[in-house]
Ligand binder design. Sequence first.
Ligand code: ZN
Length: 115
Amino acid sequence: MDENLAATLKAAVHERLDYLDHLAVDGDEPSRAALAETEITRLTSAWRVLLDLHAPDEHGRCPHCSSWRRPRRHPCSVWTTAHQHLISADGPSAHRTGRHADAAGRSTVAVLGAS
Ligand SMILES: [Zn+2]
């Protein structure tokens, strides 16, 4: 993918996410009802596709996040991010994604085990 196409794709996705955030926060009741009917299904489908792409292989590694130099054990950052945003009681945090420690100093894997 060339740089222009990548930038266009990135901008389009961010614009869509901004639009959905705007509708969810500032939309009237019919708009939010329509949002729930259409966009939640689209977002859950997108998460399922992404999680399938990052499912562990027969060695327990993420085939997308691993390389011959950097094997990544499951769960990779995609799965830990999904858990943080979809499952964790305290919700998502922009600074607590991936394999990095969260604000309490626990690793994401430790957070996964705590639920
Ligand atoms: Zn992965």
